[in-house]
Design a protein around this ligand. Structure first.
Ligand code: CA
Length: 608
């Protein structure tokens, strides 16, 4: 018997996992129940359904004005916005900053426990990064911190030491891919996708075994070379919605924001980015839908098999990445309880979809929209204004590529039934096909006419002036002189605005809502603002002193006290057009290096 026991023990040891089972860890069970655990914030979006609603109420509408600083931590040298949502587990804050540097901070002292620098080759990677040297988050699982690296690696670090445990390769930046989104854990797998649809890339997302880093499956979001076998039946179907040799151009459909997961439905949800190049005619696909660009996909976590899809923007020509937060909630619509997936899309529509079947429920403009005049009530297919399919002449379209809503996290409060959307009310851009367009490998291939590139290489070149009259508008009117950024409290059951407050916008900062009848909003200019969740009364408006590069807020409880944490500050930002090897710009008097700031009731005065 002893021999048998020993043999069994040896066999167990031989298949022992890479991570220990002894310490308290984030696992499938705790992730599934994250909504009930207000004291920690263990996953991107707070829950697998990205609700960003905390059941904590120590900080509430009656006392939030007493918020002060508990401590702050200097994150590092920066190089872009702090777009990551920090995580809080077991007394420690974990997050990721520019150039994919991962850090862990003791939440009792504010002292760094460890940080890990993947040493990205910045000069070689920078030219392939579309829109800033940013990361949106990490995942905690078992005793690992799982971090995407902007140059295409996926790394698992030991949660207590920050030492690498395994490393995998998602993509290579020289192929036009970067990785900026936060991973999602589902059934022991790490789900992650690639960004880059402004470059000629074929979008995809992957699942990796969280224990080993081995890739389990890949789902390409657009079809490839039709002379080769299709990777799966969904791509065979997708190929019918393209024409010509589109596949030589890449196609687009990248991922860079949301992945949510419903363990009950056994489905992972992702949103896909724009078609590439931007104008549909340049993709050799005029009048075709181009699946699965600008789409919401539901796939099986075990296999990556497509269960359903909904394409908000067939034949996208406007950079309407449909990657925004896919928020899962159970709400009552017309007296019926519905399991829904919701998205405030870049394209200006708020979509409500049955997340089990993929059935379209409703969609209404939450900001001003001119690309479409409405949606088919039954299918959700947009009625696209014909003039929005631009040609050689310039026309103004709303929203623009910044979107009515972008990556700034919204949040859903089940007590008020409202979702709080950081929005740009009157986003617009001017479009015309670039008559000098030439396909270039490894370079930006948007194919629309633009002005000269900005001298500092930061941001997109300005569009020319519009010559054609704009298409007719739908959606809420915007009073002349109104600020473009606003927080919209939206009722998803009735598809109507409940209240609105000026400030913020679709990019930068974000929200969290709580059982304390609060919405906490971080404004891109560095302010921390609080509203009552039900009525939108402003209860707090303070400057953090960070003045830019703001990330979304989180909240957690430690030793009986509720805290709110937010990162911000850019450090020194280097543009894309900088000569490789050129000396980096020096810090100026206005340079603000990134900080993590943690707030508590009756803390020290905040900011300057
Ligand atoms: Ca895009």
């Amino acid at each position: 018997m002893a021999t048998k026991a020993l043999a069994l023990m040896a066999a167990t040891l031989a298949i022992a996992p890479a991570y220990s089972q002894t310490a308290r860890v984030v696992d499938d069970n705790s992730l599934r129940n994250a909504a009930k655990n207000g004291s920690e914030w263990t996953t991107y979006g707070f829950t697998q359904g990205e609700t960003r609603y905390s059941p904590l109420n120590q900080i509430n509408a009656s006392n939030v004005s007493r918020l002060g600083l508990a401590w702050s931590y200097e994150i590092g040298r920066g190089g872009g916005n702090q777009e990551a949502t920090p995580l809080f587990f077991n007394g420690t804050i974990y997050s990721i900053t520019n150039w994919s540097i991962v850090y862990a901070v003791d939440a009792r002292t504010g002292k760094e426990k460890w940080h890990w620098d993947p040493e990205v080759n910045q000069d070689k990677t920078r030219p392939y990064i579309c829109c800033g040297v940013v990361q949106r988050g990490i995942a905690l699982y078992q005793n690992l911190v799982i971090a995407p690296i902007i140059d295409g690696r996926l790394v698992a670090l030991d949660i207590s030491t920050g030492h690498p445990v395994w490393e995998s390769r998602i993509s290579y930046s020289q192929d036009g891919y970067t990785v900026t989104m936060a991973p999602r854990i589902a059934k022991g797998k790490v789900i992650i996708g690639v960004a880059g649809s402004e470059l000629p890339i074929r979008g995809f997302f992957d699942a990796y075994d969280a224990r080993t880093g081995q890739r389990a499956w890949r789902f390409y979001t657009v079809p490839g070379d039709p002379s080769k076998p299709y990777e799966n039946p969904a791509l065979k179907k997708a190929a019918e919605t393209w024409s010509g040799d589109f596949w030589k151009l890449g196609g687009g459909g990248s991922l860079w924001d949301s992945i949510s997961y419903d363990p009950e439905a056994d489905l992972i949800y992702v949103g896909t980015g724009n078609g590439g190049p931007w104008p549909e005619p340049l993709r050799h696909s005029k009048g075709k839908d181009n699946l699965y660009v600008a789409s919401i996909l539901a796939v099986k976590p075990d296999t990556g098999e497509l269960k359903w899809y909904y394409q908000p923007v067939p034949g996208d020509s406007w950079d309407f990445d449909s990657v925004q937060q896919l928020l899962l909630a159970d709400i009552t619509i017309k007296g019926q309880p519905r399991k829904v997936l919701m998205q405030a899309n870049k394209d200006g529509f708020y979509y409500v979809i049955d997340r089990v079947t993929g059935q379209f429920i409703s969609g209404e403009p939450f900001v001003k929209v001119t690309w479409a005049r409405g949606l088919d009530e039954r299918t959700g297919r947009p009625f696209i204004n014909p003039e929005a399919h631009y040609g050689d002449e310039t026309i103004q379209i709303m929203p623009g590529p910044g979107g009515g809503h972008n990556w700034s996290p919204m949040s859903f409060n089940p007590a008020t039934g409202l979702v709080y959307i950081p929005s740009s009310l009157s986003s617009s851009s001017v479009f015309a096909i670039d008559e000098n367009y030439e396909w270039k490998p490894g370079r930006s291939n948007i194919g629309v006419r633009r002005g000269p590139p900005p001298k500092d290489g930061i941001g997109l070149a300005p569009p020319p002036a519009a010559t054609l009259p704009p298409p007719p508008a739908i959606g809420p009117e915007v009073a002349a002189g109104s600020p473009t950024g606003a927080l919209i409290a939206w009722d998803p059951a009735t598809q109507k605005q409940s209240w609105q407050a000026p400030g913020g916008g679709s990019i930068g900062g974000g929200t969290v809502t709580t059982a304390g009848n609060l919405v906490i909003q971080v404004i891109p200019d560095g302010r921390l603002v609080a509203y009552s969740a039900d009525k939108g009364e402003k209860l707090l408006d303070v400057k953090t002193g960070l003045a830019g590069g703001m990330g979304p807020p989180i909240t957690y409880e430690l030793d009986g006290k509720q805290y709110i944490a937010v990162a911000g500050g850019q450090g020194i930002v280097v543009g894309r057009n900088v000569e490789p090897g050129a000396p980096p710009p020096q810090a100026g008097p206005n340079t603000i290096f990134p900080k993590l700031m943690v707030f508590v009731l009756d803390g020290r005065p905040i900011g300057q």
